[in-house]
Design a protein. Sequence first.
Length: 157
Amino acid sequence: MKLPEHRAGIWLDQETAYIVHLEGDAVGKVEGLISDVESRVRMAGEGKVYARFGHAFLDNQEKNQHRQNNQRKSFFKKILGHLNGVNFIYLFGPGKARYGLQRLIEKDQQLAGHIAAFEATDRMNKQEAVAATLAYFTGDQFKQYKKDRRRSMKAAL
């Protein structure tokens, strides 16, 4: 007996991620994750964003960028922890955050090659992310992807 495929749709931006798990054609569970990535942080009493040291100007922009990158990586790893046993991944969302998650997924030994589609979309709430995930996995685009993947797997053998 063949087990049902475990598919997941991930809507992602810098602040939030919705992970929609599908078991067969039914929605298994929907998880919402909130990132800890800071945007521009202003400290109380902060004046200029730079300091003058002789003829050089010093700022902590680089330090803030490193902090944001580390927070983003931590957020992506938290998302990866919710993808155990997933056969197919539909990755979508606005902005560039999905590129970072895509790179991390392709580096992961268990999830590499499991991204079925990668699309830019507008901002969505949880219900819209569920609807978009169902629409993709029940649509012709996913059926064609599976057919092409099966054909390339046979050709590789």
